[in-house]
Write a protein that binds this ligand. Structure first.
Ligand code: NAP
Ligand code: G4F
Length: 334
């Protein structure tokens, strides 16, 4: 089996690559040209002599339709996982048009490329709980109406419906995974959980004094990224394509995440955290809580890592990084 992943250099792309290689897939990943290295999350796979023949990286971009068209027709993958996106909600308010170009139209460009294939590949779209925005009901299911609250959320709603439209209009196997927030030690450092675990570890070792955050009352249904990529693959193995909510069924505030991490590292977060209005959003999503009953029933999927374990595994990983940083700082001071 041959899979193509957009967004392979991101958090989910790296876990999904490991997962698919483990299943014997040949994996093609689209990477963007960058002036500095951007393959840190997959370097360990690429450099592994057992895996590097089965992982191939090709340059492309979701804004480049003709390139996507020739790549897909040249590679002829069986499955396409569209994980590439400008994925930061706060940034989408600063760059709404770019975000729509990549997240909304980028999805359409991939779908058009798939439609042009002799044997159209199966398609997975990385849809998001951010589409529920100002939630119409709690918990949120596949039937809950969307009310996006950001340019990112609006772009993902567009991509969600285009995915369904290509399924219905052209009979393409196209599914939406509506994933609630999922985190890991590979999470980007500007998302709130990782920002907290990075800072807490550095504060613990005296490398940093303060942590500046925005809205601490927001609540999210946080799961572990490693668990969630399995659900993506399971959706692609069904007889019929469909849409699934993937979530833990528990919601916690940013404050609770702070409590969990700082108390694990034996510190009181209130001594270090300060509020900076720059991190507030023009419109906020106050609370998300997913109901993954359909995925449990149809896919047989279950989350394995809970909130406490997630906070601790991220804190442990960031303590390791901070210890190395401390050695360098101490060495420079000698
Ligand atoms: P991430 O770490 O931010 O990774 C995003 C990936 O998209 C990176 O590989 C990035 O490449 C790539 N990308 C950005 N702009 C691109 C463009 N113009 N063309 C091609 N690739 C581009 O995101 P993630 O957390 O892994 O999330 C994966 C997907 O799931 C995203 O679509 C996200 O919106 C969605 N999602 C995430 C969550 C979550 O909680 N993590 C929940 C629901 C949905 P560079 O490395 O070069 O920047
Ligand atoms: O970690 P966040 O930036 O994640 P957010 O906005 O929920 O988006 C993530 O999850 C979505 C799924 O629902 C994905 F689709 C999306 O791609 C992304 O992965 O913020 C979480 C909450 C927000 O309410 C935010 O206002 O934390 C609050 N927050 C408070 N202080 C902060 C901060 N968020 C960030 N990034 N930085 C802060 O300093």
């Amino acid at each position: 089996m041959k899979a193509l992943i957009t967004g392979i250099t991101g958090q989910d792309g790296s876990y999904l690559t490991e997962f698919l290689l483990g299943k014997g897939y040949e994996v093609y990943g689209l990477i963007r040209r960058s002036s500095s290295f951007n393959t840190e999350r997959i370097d360990h796979i690429y450099k592994d002599p057992h895996e590097n023949t089965k992982l191939k990286l090709v340059y492309s971009d979701l804004t480049d339709g003709s390139n996507l068209h020739s790549l897909l027709n040249g590679i002829n993958p069986d499955e396409v996982y569209n994980l590439g996106a400008q994925s930061h909600v706060r940034v989408s308010f600063d760059q709404p048009i770019y975000t729509a170009n990549v997240d909304a139209l980028g999805t359409l460009r991939i779908l058009e490329a798939i439609r042009s294939m002799k044997k159209p590949a199966k398609f997975y779209q990385a849809s998001s709980s951010e589409m529920y925005g100002q939630v119409a009901e709690t918990p949120q299911t596949e039937k809950t109406p969307f009310y996006p609250r950001s340019p990112y959320g609006c772009s993902k709603v567009y991509a969600f419906w285009q995915t369904i439209n290509y399924r219905e209009a052209y009979n393409i196997f196209a599914c939406n995974g509506i994933l609630f927030n999922h985190e890991s030690p590979r999470r980007g450092e500007t998302f709130v959980t990782r920002k907290i675990t990075r800072a807490a570890a550095r504060i613990k070792l005296g490398l940093q004094d303060k942590l500046y955050l925005g809205n601490l009352e927001a609540k999210r249904d946080w799961g572990f990224a490693g668990d969630y990529v399995e659900a993506m693959w399971l959706m692609m193995q069904q007889k019929k394509s469909d849409d699934f909510v993937i979530a833990t069924g528990q919601t916690h505030s940013v404050k609770e995440f702070l409590d969990e991490v700082f108390s694990y590292l034996e510190m009181d977060w209130e001594k270090y955290v300060e509020i900076d209005s720059r991190y507030y959003r023009p419109a906020e999503v106050d609370m998300l809580l997913g109901d993954a009953s359909k995925a449990k029933k149809v896919l047989g999927w279950e989350p394995k890592v809970d909130f406490r374990e997630l906070a601790r595994l991220m804190a442990d990983a960031d303590m390791k990084i901070a210890k190395n940083e401390k050695i360098i700082v101490d060495h420079q001071g000698e």
